[in-house]
Design a protein around this ligand. Sequence first.
Ligand code: ADP
Length: 274
Amino acid sequence: APVSAQAGEQANAAKWEPARGEPVVRFRGVTKTFGDLEVIKGIDLDIYPGEKIAVIGPSGSGKTTLGRMLMTLERPSGGTIEVDGENLWQMEVRGRMAPASDKHLHRIRGKIGMVFQHFNLFPHMSVLRNVTEAPRKVLGLSGEEARERAVEMLGKVGLADKLEMYPSQLSGGQKQRVAIARALVMRPKVMVFDEVTSALDPELVGEVLETIRDIAREGDMAMMLITHEMDFARDVSDRVVFSAEGRIVEQGTPQQIFETPQSERLKSFLSRFR
Ligand code: ADP
């Protein structure tokens, strides 16, 4: 019997087999409404330790909103998000759930590394200072410890020779790599990369993607990569999540998503990149 596109898409969405163990990120029934506009229409998503997830989909489908909710920058209208077993917006107080305190949020944010389209570096601070600031202020490391970690991370992103430069003296690609080092230095459980190459000149995109690829290869850090770069999504991720109109329409290994897309919406989306 013919299956409607809608039913076919939903059947496929359930096909991906999750890894075992406890996820580091857990979205449950998450919705988000801006005014009258329902942007996220009920998302369930688990990300496992070390797993690299690429989120792809048409512009306006809610990818950035999803990332911003994980980064605690937007609050879900419904449903829950947990990181490392803790609810972002609620905490247990004497056996009952209560709204999260600032302290609770602050602590959870320490587990989430954030890299944005616009780098948001501190312009009046050197590269090194940009990276040592949070470990000192948030983690309470000594200047020496913070410096040691920062130098290591700046080495990883290929900027060991730029420690004393200021952001204005760097290229966009270099600035973005400082922003990546700044997030990594906190040793987060999960890194969220939100369209980190969209604001870059085309010739600078490669170095930033290469840096992220290097980071993705090592470690047990989970990653959510929101991206328009299909080759990158394919290379770097363990799982690709295709979202459209506020829902996860289809997900699977890069091979499943790019070689054997099931839903009409994904096929039509991918055909734009061929
Ligand atoms: P994507 O990242 O997939 O392009 P976004 O998450 O940026 O999608 O946006 C999804 C929809 O939500 C868009 O229609 C956008 O205009 C709307 N939107 C995003 N943020 C806000 C906001 N702060 N206020 C109102 N509408 C918003």
